[in-house]
Write a protein that binds this ligand. Sequence first.
Ligand SMILES: [Fe+2]
Length: 345
Amino acid sequence: MIFRQLFDSVSGTYSYLLASRRGGEALIIDPVLDKVDHYLRVIRELDLKLVKAVDTHLHADHITGLGALRDKTRCITVMGEQSQADVVSMRLSDGERLQIEGLALEAIYTPGHTDDSYSFVMPDRVFTGDTLLIRGTGRTDFQNGDARQQYESIFGRLMKLPDTTFVYPAHDYKGDTVSTIGEERAFNPRLQVASVDEYIALMNSLNLPNPKMMDVAVPANRHVGLHQDEIARHGWAISACDAIAMAGRSDFTWVDLREPSERMRAGIIPGSLHVPYPALRENLGAGGILSELAKSTGKPVLFYCAFGERSAMAVEAAREAGLDTARHIQGGVDAWKKVGGPLTQ
Ligand SMILES: [Fe+2]
């Protein structure tokens, strides 16, 4: 496995780049906007292809790199389903897998620092965001933080992992880089409490000043979505309402870009083809399913995904590959469902 721990010294943020080799698919956890050029250089130097950028929660102390990475690499942005970010490409819920080629991380919902905090578990390590820090825990006094929930997340979820599990947090301010579950259980001063009430009292007595960047970072991080209106202005988008009227007709080849788990959870628009977004490029190229279909049927492609981001990027990729009649459903299955579009399991 390729694993890089990257540091932003301004906000004390750790970001993590992960990949397994073969095609070089990579994902990054908790990227910082100011460091995006640095990440892209490392990704280029290691000959990787960024496919997912993930935030463990909506950060208050730095502006996320999710939007910039998506715009520069066409990667997928990922957060938990509770996130107040306006649009991300893909939302995960407790127990779902965050996957790239050769790697799978289990998303576990660990609220408390915020109500949208997730941790990501691999067999030998866990990325804990701000839920569990090294010899500390994330504050619980804003963004719907809740010390009781955090206690449950830490003792009920994270501390159930094997003692040898490496702990990789989203922040450190003292120079520590990694710990283990066993080490934190024994030496983390916040965890030396006899009851949940004692933990709540401890967290409520911290009286911390707000993060310096908070007033800038939180609004910016809520507006991370791709500008789908740009695509619509070009006439490359179809609203969910208009798409419903076209359902069952054969003027388009409908293509679902989501992952199998999303299709299972939300359902499928009847009569559509499945081409997962990571496989898009090869399918648009010479000999690929989409380019061959377009040639043989003469029909334009209508892409859709969960929220309209992957499909908007797919329209651009298709145009670059010469399929300039491609369109997408603005707002994705989310919008489709809201206007009563039919879905099958
Ligand atoms: Fe945080």
